[in-house]
Ligand binder design. Structure first.
Ligand SMILES: *[C@@H]1O[C@H](CO)[C@@H](O)[C@H](O)[C@H]1NC(C)=O
Ligand SMILES: *[C@@H]1O[C@H](CO)[C@@H](O)[C@H](O)[C@H]1NC(C)=O
Ligand SMILES: *[C@@H]1O[C@H](CO)[C@@H](O)[C@H](O)[C@H]1NC(C)=O
Length: 557
């Protein structure tokens, strides 16, 4: 009934929706926790079946009356805002988060002033919470975390501090919920909704631990001092438990694990994600949502990382065809397709998707534009003219397109802009194989390395470029006269040492490895510095106890 009402409601004007709101308020005793969980799960299924606005419509009528509706509703709006980057979507999400916090607050256990004060000193999970109150805590922490995420995008230092405080508060509540779940475990396991509560705790604690574990050790120690914990194994095992359970949030734990294995370990690590685990995690959802855009996307990404580019391309195209409502998912696919074709050195197709990104996506115009020019640089000049493009012209646009988030520039964009700078002089000296350089920066060689024949053809391209450079004095003159040393490319030295270190690691020569990794102490202020620090941290992490004996000597603040 409420689903019907909500669909009707969307077509009505505001007065009528107010009336409906009143009707709902009278009916609210019917919306108990169990019914709310059920309806939220229906909404989640709609969402995974690409019916995004239907999911919103289902949750909307109850969003100020039920914690789960409030949480689900604002989660979808936050995702939308994160995808579109539109100020109006951001405002809508922020407003909805505020309302949802209020809704949850109404259901949280009321604590007297005295209790609040005691809690400030020694936080202990309040005893004897009702199930409603327990779930209200959980939803409150989740909404707070989302709010922190949006606050970070606010471009001010105040926004940054506020965001940080919300994260801390959210983490504290998750810790309380975890303690509560352990206390409650024995005597109240029979409570029907316990599994959903436990699933939420797994998801929250797991994500926090996993994300913090990525931080370089000095930062991590600071975070631990502030009361956070960042243990990778704890994070993974909590999330695995959450994903295996049969709770409302199982899929969210699954998606977080996939995000970790398929993206974070590739970009900020050495590409050590476990693809077998990913396939096993995704399998039940592939059966249940064969045409779900998110599921298709992850299926494609797994294929890509396995080196099965043809299948990946096909699945990304299927993902695009699956829905029109959230165009931003198309943009994610364009980005992936661009790489999939770049790995095959099919620059014409790669260009197509880079061009689409430049035209349609708002995320990072500077990166897309650089990428497009870099890909065009790989094509013979006649083909570029045939496409009606001018490489130098596109490179020159990069600088003007840069974004600032929280007053800071984005490293990738800064890197692109500094590389593109050569084209702003009157007699520009061309970049050499810039698309392959970007492939390296995004750790693409760890992907293309799964395909020996493609790796070999990339090597051929490199050797040809080197041959041409020998005949061409301009690059050497450029480097020698304008930059004296390596200039913008100074990142190559520490990155080379890192690569050398990895080779030693493969050979089991750990002492030389540590020496190489620590050589980076002599280098600072190079491009992509923090990305390298993340990778070094990940490389040392995979050596387990060995790295504890030889901690890296310098990490960035
Ligand atoms: C919790 O409830 C039980 C019984 O319902 C009661 O005996 C106990 O004193 C309560 N504990 C607190 C701290 O209120
Ligand atoms: C990857 O995951 C699978 C299934 O979960 C497991 O059997 C295997 O040991 C894992 N591999 C590594 C290297 O951790
Ligand atoms: C790519 O993946 C598909 C589906 O899993 C499979 O049928 C195909 O054989 C794979 N191709 C290669 C080259 O591994």
């Amino acid at each position: 009934l409420s689903y019907l009402l909500s669909s009707v409601q969307m077509e009505m004007d505001e007065d009528k929706s107010l009336i409906l709101f009143v009707i709902h308020s009278f009916r609210s005793p019917d919306m108990n926790l169990e019914a709310a969980l059920k309806e939220c799960s229906t909404a989640l299924n709609l969402f995974l079946n690409n019916r995004f606005s239907d999911a919103l419509g289902l949750l909307k009528p109850w969003k100020s009356l039920s914690t789960y509706h409030a949480m689900g509703y604002s989660s979808i709006l936050v995702m939308q805002a994160g995808m579109t980057f539109e100020p109006k979507d951001m405002d809508a999400a922020m407003a909805s988060l505020g309302e949802s916090l209020q809704t949850c607050q109404r259901f949280r256990k009321k604590t007297g002033i005295l209790e609040t004060l005691t809690n400030l000193w020694s936080r202990q999970p309040a005893d004897n919470l009702t199930e409603e109150e327990m779930h209200a805590e959980l939803c409150y922490a989740e909404i707070l975390l989302q709010k922190a995420f949006l606050t970070f995008l606010d471009e001010s230092i105040i926004g940054f501090i506020k965001g940080g405080m919300r994260i801390r508060n959210s983490y504290q509540i998750f810790k309380d919920c975890q303690a509560l779940a352990n206390v409650t475990k024995d005597m109240e396991k029979q409570k029907s909704m316990y599994i959903h509560f436990k699933g939420g705790v797994n998801m929250g604690i797991g994500s926090f631990n996993l994300m913090l574990s990525l931080l370089p050790s000095k930062v991590l120690r600071l975070m631990e001092f502030l009361g956070f914990s960042g243990d990778r194994e704890t994070g993974l095992s909590e999330l695995r438990e959450g994903a295996a359970g049969n709770s409302l949030r199982s899929i969210l734990s699954t998606l977080t694990l996939l995000m970790f294995h398929l993206y974070i370990t590739v970009i900020l690590g050495t590409g050590e994600g476990n693809l077998t685990e990913c396939e096993a995690l995704l399998e039940p959802y592939v059966e249940k949502f064969p045409n779900g855009a998110l599921i298709l996307f992850y299926t494609a990404r797994i294929a890509l990382l396995k080196g099965n580019f043809t299948f990946a391309q096909e699945r990304f195209l299927a993902c695009i065809a699956a829905q029109e409502e959230w165009r931003q998912i198309h943009h994610l696919c364009y980005w992936e397709l661009m790489w999939a074709y770049s790995f095959e050195q099919n620059w014409r197709e790669a260009y197509r998707y880079a061009d689409l990104l430049c035209k349609e996506s708002k995320w990072s115009q500077a990166t897309y534009t650089f990428q497009k020019a870099a890909i065009l640089s790989m094509l013979p000049e006649e083909e570029v003219i045939e496409l009606g493009e001018n490489v130098g012209e596109i490179f020159r646009q990069v600088e003007g397109l840069r974004l600032r988030i929280a007053g800071k520039s984005i490293p990738t964009e800064k890197f692109a802009a500094s590389k593109a700078q050569r084209y702003s002089s009157t007699a520009p000296v061309k970049l050499v194989v810039p698309a392959l350089e970007m492939m390296y920066v995004w750790n693409g060689f760890s992907v293309v390395g799964k395909r020996p024949e493609l790796t070999k053809s990339i090597l051929t391209t490199l050797e040809k470029a080197e041959e041409q450079l020998k005949d061409d004095q301009s690059e050497r003159n450029y480097v020698e006269t304008l930059h004296l040393k390596l200039g913008h490319d100074n990142y190559l030295v520490p990155f080379s040492m890192y690569e050398l270190g990895l080779l030693h690691k493969q050979k089991g020569d750990f002492n030389t490895l540590i020496k190489d990794l620590n050589c980076r102490t002599n280098h600072k202020d190079y491009s992509m510095e923090s990305r390298l620090h993340f990778r070094i941290h990940a490389a040392l992490n995979t050596m387990g106890s060995f790295s504890a004996k030889f901690p890296p000597s310098r990490t960035p603040a």
